[in-house]
Design a protein around this ligand. Structure first.
Ligand code: GTP
Ligand code: MG
Length: 193
């Protein structure tokens, strides 16, 4: 499976009719700065999504129209990160509400939710809350352990063992790096499965 085109459609700060138009949605969720927007760029081989070395870059729900080589359309939904205290833009509370209302308090369903964690940090308390909510709401989700380029072999094995212990065999865990592109094919396969 290949992604052949990507186009930014719009940024949402509240509910929007685009979410009800029937195009299957693939949502990217995770803490601030884990690399959600970078991941969308890697997947789409584009620079469609804005990234930054400072947490709190994405402040809206950004919708990208993505087409694959079978000419199927999808929305990639780039969510703002949770767990970062902002000094400007929408406050942490508002961002949290925006994420929750889209994922958990709406009629919308996602073909897949991609939960991204920072492999150099592991699952934080906030990640565990999100993980449990995704399970409670029976979301079809996978976990991406990002930034593995920053880990030594032994750190990598330790982290993957921890994650597997936690997520069991039920949820696929994909080790990934936006820097080296490791995991790219496995991730594309999982997303479009
Ligand atoms: P918010 O929009 O603030 O929630 O952040 P985000 O999750 O969209 O993160 P973003 O993609 O903006 O990336 C944050 C920082 O992490 C940037 O400096 C990226 O270059 C860096 N980064 C992302 N992925 C990787 C990776 O796989 N390896 C390394 N070394 N750095 C990465
Ligand atoms: Mg972002």
């Amino acid at each position: 499976m290949k992604i052949t085109s990507t186009k930014f459609i719009k940024g949402l700060v509240s509910d929007d009719e685009i979410l009800a138009d029937g195009v299957p949605q693939i949502a990217f969720v995770g803490r601030s700065n884990v690399g959600k927007s970078s991941l969308i760029n890697t997947l789409t081989k584009s620079s469609a999504s804005r990234t930054s070395s400072f947490p709190g870059r994405t402040q809206e729900i950004n919708i990208f129209l993505v087409k694959n080589d079978l000419n199927d359309s999808f929305y990639f939904v780039d969510l703002p990160g949770y767990g970062f205290a902002r000094s400007s833009g929408l406050g942490r509370e508002k961002i949290g509400e925006l994420i929750d209302s889209y994922l958990f308090n709406s009629i919308y369903t996602q073909k897949k939710v991609v939960m991204i964690i920072d492999a150099t940090v592991g699952m934080t308390e906030k990640d565990i809350l999100m993980f449990n909510e995704l399970i409670n709401h029976q979301k079809n989700f996978i976990i991406v352990a990002n930034k593995i380029d920053k880990l030594t072999q032994s750190e990598y094995h330790k982290q993957m063992t921890e994650l597997k212990k936690m997520a069991g065999d039920i949820y696929p865990i994909i080790p990934f790096s936006n820097k080296t592109k490791k995991g790219l094919e496995a991730l594309i396969d999982e997303i479009f499965k």
